[in-house]
Design a protein around this ligand. Sequence first.
Ligand code: SAM
Length: 196
Amino acid sequence: MTDQNIFLEKETFSKPLPWKEEFGRKGKLILEIGFGKGHFMRNYAKAHPEYNFIGIERFIKWVRHTQARVIKEELLNIRLMCGLAQEVVRDYFEDQSIDEIHVLFPDPWPKRRHHKHRILQKAYLELFHQKMVRGGQIHITSDHKEYFDAAMKEFSQLHSSLFEIIPKTEDRFKTNYQIKYEKEGRPIYFFQANKK
Ligand SMILES: C[S@@+](CC[C@H](N)C(=O)[O-])C[C@H]1O[C@@H](n2cnc3c(N)ncnc32)[C@H](O)[C@@H]1O
């Protein structure tokens, strides 16, 4: 297992990327957006070696951090890409190909003039819908009540034929932020949306 096997430099791959060939097998495609230090994805990938995981993270520093741990733990079912998730999802995934998308503690961009940077907004939810298999799931976790409520509202304003909202109170695996915030006693909010 080498650095090149894990970290896929976008420029060197075709669009969309043939994921079955990349992993050398079929398998559920699980995507994590903004994986940071990678705690959630590594634990999920260990528990489900039969699934194929792709992490997208905008900062190379966190890609390198997670890459080193993925190699050490020999997690053959993880690939990492560096870039803005909106662009990577649009360019590197076929329609109706992703089984799960996890957006965990996304940057809240609290100032109104920065809301355009939020990943949980109508245009990207529609993009995710297009790229997901029927019955595919989006999982969202946040400590930021205003962003969480705004995201729920964005879902509720989409056409009702797109997603079913499923209430949720916890996740099976924790992110680094979740561990930190739980220690501080902060409230954490969860929800799931399934593609109809
Ligand atoms: C608040 S941190 C949470 C990290 C991790 N999910 C956790 O819960 O421990 C948000 C992460 O998302 C990344 N990020 C923010 N916007 C992104 C985007 N549009 N595409 C990819 N990564 C993004 C940031 O660089 C950062 O690592």
